[in-house]
Ligand binder design. Structure first.
Ligand code: SF4
Length: 293
């Protein structure tokens, strides 16, 4: 198959898989939360979430009516063929998925409010590029729901406050968000860089599976502390009280200016949808997050 068409097909499959089936690590985290939740309201909501997930899979229909803003992450091997065709192929796949899956049309002109009707528009779908060694192309799709996006936050804390200030900012953000982002959530925390870099790293941190711990021991410990602190708020599943306000906290960081300490919190809802595939140079495709028969 011609490389542009292959990329479009793979991106279409990823969109379809992502909005219908949650990755295994998210499903397992929700199942574990259901087993361990002690609040009755929390348990009822987690049960409803798990039933929702099951029905979506059985009926081959999106998990949530909000199929999100479409964001792609592309790891492009420097020797890969067809890189110039990637953006156009991702756009076509998004249009096709909007009709065939279907996806709710969510791309609106910020000023006129006109909906493009096909989930594409200026800079949308948004494509994050990373050039790597090799000749394969790895594509991840992150359909990002609006409810959780609305409570993302950026804080420029005083560098002197350090980690103490970071913890305060993250937990203040969780308390302010309350029930709005459809908890239990996943928090991506981006630290350092600059305002834009912190938010980008925070969102990218959402791609790390919940069962993969941070390779940096100190950050893994900080993630655990933030996870426990967020869950001690008692906001609980869907904000109706309980032990599970978050399923996980993932931290990413960049070096920062000595005078700046940006901390960004990217929110993901329980419908933490993402799907990844790798297109090899010989045209074979490996789906890395979902089983494809
Ligand atoms: S926040 Fe997530 S679960 Fe809630 S409505 Fe939006 S996409 Fe759906």
């Amino acid at each position: 198959m011609e490389i542009g068409n292959l990329i479009e097909d793979v991106a279409f499959n990823l969109l379809k898989l992502a909005v219908i089936k949650l990755p295994t690590d998210v499903k397992e985290a929700l199942q574990q939360a259901y087993r361990e939740e002690t609040s009755e309201a929390g348990k009822v909501n987690l049960k409803a979430i798990l039933t929702n997930i099951e029905f979506a899979e059985k009926m081959n229909t999106p998990i949530c009516q909000d199929t999100g803003t479409i964001i792609f992450y592309v790891k492009a091997g420097a020797q890969a063929e067809g890189l110039e065709k990637v953006e156009a192929a991702l756009r076509s796949a998004t249009k096709r998925a909007t009709i065939e899956v279907p996806l709710r049309p969510n791309a609106v002109d910020p000023f006129t409010r006109k909906n493009s009707g096909d989930n594409t528009g200026r800079f949308i779908p948004y494509v994050n590029w990373e050039v790597t060694d090799g000749d394969s192309i790895e594509i991840t799709v992150l359909p990002k729901g609006g409810g959780s996006e609305n409570v993302c936050a950026l804080g420029m804390i005083t560098p002197g406050e350090g980690v103490k200030g970071l913890k305060r900012f993250v937990i203040d953000t969780v308390i302010k968000a309350g029930a709005k982002p459809c908890p239990p959530n996943i928090l991506g925390v981006g630290v350092g860089g600059g305002a834009d870099i912190a938010m980008k790293t925070a969102k990218k941190a959402l791609l790390r599976p919940l069962n993969q711990s941070n390779p940096n021991q100190e950050l893994a410990q900080l993630e655990k502390e933030l996870y426990e602190a967020a869950n001690s708020t008692g906001i609980g599943p869907m904000g109706l009280g309980g032990k599970f306000t978050v399923l996980g906290v993932n931290i990413e960081y960049a070096h920062r200016h000595p005078a700046s300490y940006p901390v960004a919190v990217a929110y993901q809802c329980w419908a933490a949808r993402r799907a990844t595939a790798r297109i090899n140079a010989d045209g074979t495709v490996e789906y890395l997050t979902h089983k494809v028969r």
